[in-house]
Design a protein around this ligand. Structure first.
Ligand SMILES: Nc1ncnc2c1ncn2[C@@H]1O[C@H](COP(=O)(O)OP(=O)(O)OP(=O)(O)O)[C@@H](O)[C@H]1O
Ligand SMILES: [Mg+2]
Length: 158
């Protein structure tokens, strides 16, 4: 997958597949922010990412739990911890701190964050920005994938 990318998805299975392909880009400690309206497909995308990282348990929405954790594997078969976070119900930085956002962001875990608007100021440097837009028909989505440089630094790995 070349980055930045703009891809069209015509079904939830396609969105999941795009997430699965994108997972190949991820490295330990990466942060992924998923933007898009309610029901746009952020969780479907995350399910694909987790499939790509060989998570072998069901990936369900953290709507109520706020954070779900999974174990996956990178390309070399090394273990990765994955944090799937949903910030929709959170309204203050204090609440983010309470759920351990600071630790998660500075850890080696992969953080997949739905509704990340509130989190953006806490992101140290660079993150993957995924924006899912709904299309003209019910199943159509446009998915934007890019690296976002919070502090304006260059990130030589990419
Ligand atoms: N192309 C598509 N990609 C993803 N989901 C699709 C697509 N077409 C239809 N859908 C439907 O849209 C819904 C997406 O749900 P999902 O839980 O992934 O959304 P979400 O963005 O995580 O929402 P929330 O903000 O509530 O967490 C599902 O019901 C899915 O069947
Ligand atoms: Mg969701």
């Amino acid at each position: 997958m070349t980055i930045p990318s703009v891809v069209t998805s015509k079904s939830e299975a396609e969105t999941s597949d795009i997430g699965k392909q994108f997972a190949g880009q991820l490295r330990r400690g990466d942060i992924v922010g998923l933007f898009g309206e309610l029901g746009s497909g952020k969780t479907r995308f995350v399910q694909g990412v987790c499939a790509g990282l060989q998570v072998d348990e069901p990936v369900i929405s953290p709507t109520f739990t706020l954070v779900n954790q999974y174990t996956g594997y990178n390309g070399e078969g090394r273990t990765l911890q994955i944090q799937h976070i949903d910030c929709y119900r959170l309204t203050s930085i204090d609440e983010l701190i309470e759920i351990g956002m600071d630790e998660m962001l500075s850890s080696n875990d992969i953080c997949l964050i739905e509704w990340p608007q509130l989190v953006e100021p806490l992101i140290p440097d660079t993150y993957w920005k995924i924006v899912i837009e709904s299309g003209r028909n019910e199943n159509l989505r446009t998915i934007h994938i890019e690296r976002s440089f919070v502090g304006g630094h260059d990130d030589s790995r990419y």
